[in-house]
Design a protein around this ligand. Structure first.
Ligand code: ZN
Length: 448
């Protein structure tokens, strides 16, 4: 069955089919006579469009028992009229039930689960609606779009994180006016958010979605899913927190290379009792001493992205508690690195490892003719290299002092800039630590 979108309905033509959720239902009373006039509803389709619907008095008895607020129905054989009276929704039309209007309750879930979203990864035009508890919100940012064209434009964005089920969160980037539909006032307040018509944007550990032109955003809509969600998760974990904007990826390459520059000693001595999503991103210039572990890759489950273990010659995913249909090999290289102050360890995964080695893992594995246990030459050759590492420190690093810092990015050092940096630092030795980064940033800006 193909359904029309609410926005496609017109007063011309009669044979419409729509799939909608009844998001509100109420009785309209004539206040002068106290007489029941009609049963009215607001319907929403999966594209987030809404329309009012009316069941006139004489038909209420036959339809009222069939319609429950919050449920999803396929409707056909109804009239579409101009909504002259008033507009509780932004729609010039309304749906009017007639004697033979067909109402079929659907079991369909309007909101996508993690599995559905995974299936829709990178499929163009396949939009998904999600409902979740707002767990994180970032400040408003702006991005330049159409960078390499004659007229690049600035657009506002805001990133949020929703808990869509007990264990699954998604990140959503809201673009344009949608970026303004939520603000930091929600921090600390339990908030259920529905975002419609989003597109899945690839997967880098977390599932991330972006808004489209058709996206609508609803807050605390009184539908059963909202209450189901609230009941299913612990309260404290779902109070929205402010997520810091990752400033380390902003600016020129030069600025990024010197972002929060620290020595390895500074980093290894850093402790924090309660790391949140604050900015624990640092850069360091260090030399790769050796490979810390003989394993350099792992097999991941395509269902959940988690690591699989080999059980009786087959890959088994503990999280899914099954042997996944498909698996993907991924890099996981652990290195010992040092600078003039300290020695520590770090982990480099997928994309970053591929960039460093200039080789996809599949190509590399293919080239080994099955000898995947040995460390390939191309990885061994990393030893002795000096690079700028951008680390993102995690909870175990900060509270327990554990190593294996996650490497988010590496840069080839620019010797001239490094020299300028160390000269500049020597000149400013008397300054307290925190200000030298800022000064250097300004210094770099003036230079450029
Ligand atoms: Zn799995």
């Amino acid at each position: 069955m193909t359904y029309k979108k609410i926005r496609q309905l017109t007063t011309v033509g009669q044979s419409w089919n729509i799939k909608v959720r009844v998001i509100r239902i109420w009785e309209s009373i004539n206040f002068a006579t106290d007489e029941l006039m009609s049963l009215d509803m607001i319907l929403m389709d999966e594209h987030g469009d809404t329309i009012r619907a009316t069941i006139w008095k004489n038909l209420i008895d036959s339809y009222k028992p069939k319609i429950i607020e919050g449920s999803i129905y396929a409707l056909s054989n109804f009239k579409v009229q101009e909504d002259a009276r008033y507009h509780p929704v932004k729609n010039l039309f309304k749906v009017v039930f007639v004697y033979n209007t067909n109402v079929q309750a659907l079991d369909a879930d309007l909101f996508a689960s993690r599995d559905t979203l995974l299936e829709r990864k990178n499929i163009d035009k396949q939009c998904s609606d999600v409902i979740g508890l707002l767990t994180k919100i970032k400040k408003l940012e702006s991005r330049i779009i159409m960078k390499n064209t004659a007229n690049p434009r600035k657009r506002d964005i805001r990133e949020i994180e929703l808990l869509i089920s007990k264990d699954d969160t998604v990140r959503i980037t809201l673009w344009g006016h949608l970026a303004h539909s939520l603000n930091e006032d929600v921090v600390g307040k339990h908030t259920v958010v529905i975002v419609t018509s989003t597109m899945v944007e690839g997967l880098q550990g977390t599932l991330s979605l972006k808004s489209t032109n058709g996206t609508r955003l609803y807050i605390d809509l009184d539908i059963p899913e909202t209450w189901k969600l609230i009941d299913s998760v612990p309260y404290e974990e779902t109070v929205p927190k402010l997520m810091e904007v990752d400033k380390s990826t902003k600016g020129t390459i030069q600025e990024q290379m010197f972002y929060n520059r620290r020595t390895l000693q500074d980093i290894t001595q850093m402790r924090h009792d309660n790391p949140t999503d604050q900015d624990f991103v640092f850069t360091s210039k260090a030399t790769i001493e050796r490979l810390e572990n003989s394993s350099w890759w792992y097999m991941s489950c395509n269902g959940c992205n988690k690591m699989c273990t080999k059980v009786d010659g087959k890959y088994h995913c503990r999280k899914c508690n099954a042997c996944p249909e498909a698996t993907t090999p991924r890099y996981w290289i652990r290195l010992q690195i040092s600078d003039h102050t300290a020695t520590t360890t770090c982990s480099i995964f997928d994309d970053e490892a591929q960039k460093m080695l200039k080789m996809t893992i599949t190509d590399l594995l293919d080239s080994l003719n099955g000898k995947s246990e040995e460390i390939p030459k191309v990885i061994q050759q990393l030893c002795g290299k000096t690079l700028i590492f951008r680390f993102m420190l995690k909870e175990q690093n900060l509270t327990e002092g554990k190593g294996y810092y996650l490497v988010k990015k590496t840069f080839e050092p620019d010797e001239k800039l490094e020299l300028q940096y160390s000269n500049h630092q020597a000149e400013n030795d008397h300054n307290i630590e925190d200000t030298h980064d800022k000064k250097y940033q300004i210094y770099l800006m003036k230079k450029n």
